[in-house]
Design a protein around this ligand. Structure first.
Ligand code: TYD
Length: 133
């Protein structure tokens, strides 16, 4: 499995850093939705789903966390530790996020509006989807 991790351009100067993200330029899709996860309780693991069509970029803009990616055949663990790093998560990819530091803010850029019907939350069903590909 190829993990696609972006290192976004940092516009740094003596004042500090700034990262700008533009759809279809820095981000490989039109951004329809942004959400972020924070104040995550110690030991929490979340996600546990794949998406039929949704693509996402995960950016831990503060603190750090880990992401387990699973395409049904192979699993990879990716650490997100820098505010300029983005992890591309395509459709049909099972994901679990964990090891959040108490200060972690995980921001997600999403290619679609929120739609419960796009989720596959059952792992066996996810595996069947992969087998059909
Ligand atoms: P959930 O799917 O459990 O998050 P995770 O995948 O990180 O475990 O979402 C938590 C709640 O937030 C759930 O009630 C659905 C709601 N939600 C929205 O309303 N809009 C969104 O864009 C997202 C991602 C979640």
């Amino acid at each position: 499995m190829q993990v696609v991790k972006y290192a976004f351009q940092q516009h740094g100067d003596a004042r500090g850093q700034l990262v700008a993200l533009e759809e279809l330029r820095d981000i490989p899709f039109e951004i329809k939705r942004v959400y972020y996860v924070y104040d995550t309780s110690v030991g929490v693991r979340r996600g546990f789903h794949s998406h039929r069509t949704l693509q996402q970029i995960l950016i831990c803009i503060h603190g750090s966390c880990k992401v387990l990616l699973d395409n049904g055949k192979e699993k990879k663990i990716v650490s997100l530790e820098k505010p300029y790093e983005g992890l591309y998560v395509p459709q049909n990819m099972w994901r679990e996020m964990y090891d959040f530091t108490p200060d972690a803010v995980l921001m997600v850029l999403a290619s679609e509006y929120y739609a419960e019907g796009d989720y596959i939350r059952d792992y066996e069903e996810f595996l069947k989807t992969c087998a059909g590909e």
